[in-house]
Unconditional design. Structure first.
Lengths: 230, 200
């Protein structure tokens, strides 16, 4: 009996001390962690829009009463019609994870840029959404300065229309195509699939196609706001 | 103690290598040994956690009763890892972006619990810290070996850069089956040389 109580008491003390220390650390660090997350999101936003635009946060209440936060980018000192575009965060179910992304949409409903914020897809296949193309090889590029380039999979979404369904071409990967072939894909509103990771590719195109509703809601909201001010 | 570091290092990396000899922590090894940068990151993060948890367990070895030691170890290790993760995320964001994804995986890595049970609970603080260091380094070396093979064969890359221009990679090596093949092959090779040495 005595040992039972003693064992329980020791384990309780250990668990309590552990719990309290985690709590104390959380209180100390949560603000700083949140600040850093905002900073990361801001730098992702800045990389999507052209240089020199003013980005401000906004939110609207959707038809199902949920709040949708989004960001608008405006050309400073241009008066009327200065809206460059807006951006929102969303996600789609991929092969083995939820792929979170940030998409920037222009005033004429085309994608200005999209960037994947987080994903845990299959290494070597789905994770190639983050792959950048480099001509450098291991032998000459190891100590050379690595340029920060945009992943090719994300680049191909530029100027794709969000109001029409986005198609998938499986013939060849975008980074191997010529300029004319890229233009042809764009005219068909198509992107190329990652070889062996069609599910990941489709998850992203489907997610963006679904968000066409969000895009029109934001458009309506911005239009009504503009009308209200006049 | 100091002059033993060399033999201790040999013990961690070769004679008692966590993956190849003790066969501990195989699941995270399969998971993260897909690229050298991942393998190195996981190895170094585990080394850090292993040193820390060995020190704490060794300090608490007189307080923790024999009968409930396993739940006590798990609580201590999981809390330690969570605290490290939060502190790292808040104060060392650059390090966190490269190592952060591995930290939750470390909690479930049986190397940590294995070393707490087999070593730290029976030895003093300094020896336990050294055991954590050498075992962690052994784990790191093993992961780098595995991930080098897998990244070259499975993606034709090394450290994210193309390795042999024009070589078409065998994607299976970067997937889980390739992980099993690679571990089996390396362990087999090590055992082959060991047996040869014993025969002499």
């Amino acid at each position: 009996m005595k040992t039972t109580i003693q064992l329980t008491a020791t384990l309780t003390v250990i668990a309590t001390v552990a719990g309290l220390s985690i709590g104390a650390t959380y209180l100390r660090t949560s603000d700083i962690i949140n600040q850093q997350k905002t900073q990361q999101l801001n730098s992702a936003l800045e990389s999507l829009f052209p240089d020199g635009v003013e980005i401000s946060q906004d939110s609207l209440i959707r038809s199902d009463n949920s709040v949708l936060p989004f960001w608008t980018a405006k050309q400073p000192n241009k008066g009327e019609g200065n809206l460059v575009g807006f951006a929102f965060e969303s996600g789609g179910r991929g092969y083995s994870s939820t792929i979170r992304y940030l998409a920037a949409i222009s005033a004429d409903n085309k994608i200005i840029g999209m960037t994947v914020l987080s994903q845990e897809e299959t290494p070597g296949l789905g994770t190639r959404v983050m792959e950048t193309v480099s001509k450098a090889t291991f032998w000459n590029g190891l100590f050379a300065k690595r340029e920060k380039t945009e992943p090719w999979f994300q680049s191909q979404f530029r100027n794709i229309s969000v109001l029409n369904p986005i198609g998938i071409s499986k013939k060849a990967e975008w980074h191997t195509l010529s300029k004319d072939q890229k233009a042809e894909l764009l005219s068909k509103n198509e992107v190329t699939a990652i070889t062996g990771a069609t599910i990941t590719t489709k998850a992203i195109t489907d997610a963006i196609t679904t968000e066409s509703k969000t895009v029109s809601e934001i458009n309506e909201f911005l239009a009504s706001k503009k009308g209200g001010l006049q | 103690m100091i002059n033993n570091i060399g033999t201790e290092l040999k013990r961690g990396v070769l004679t008692e290598n966590p993956i190849f000899v003790l066969a501990l922590g195989l699941c995270p090894s399969l998971g993260v040994s897909t690229s050298v940068s991942n393998g190195l990151g996981m190895g170094l993060a585990s080394t850090f956690v292993l040193i820390g948890s060995n020190i704490i367990i060794s300090l608490l070895k007189k307080v923790i009763p024999e009968q409930v030691r396993i739940p006590a170890y798990i609580i201590v290790i999981a809390s330690f890892v969570t605290i490290v993760q939060m502190v790292m995320q808040a104060y060392l964001p650059a390090l966190y972006t490269s190592l952060g994804i591995f930290i939750p995986l470390i909690v479930v890595n049986c190397i940590i619990l294995g070393r707490a049970e087999a070593f730290a609970s029976k030895n003093n603080v300094i020896n336990s810290a050294i055991d954590g260091l050498v075992m962690g380094l052994g784990f790191t070396v093993a992961l780098v070996v595995l991930s080098t093979i897998r990244e070259i064969l499975g993606a034709n890359k090394l450290l994210g850069l193309e390795f042999i221009p024009g070589f078409k990679p065998m994607t299976i090596f970067i997937l889980a089956p390739g992980g099993f093949f690679t571990i089996a092959f390396v362990v087999g090779l090590i055992n082959f040389f060991k047996m040869k040495k014993e025969q002499k």
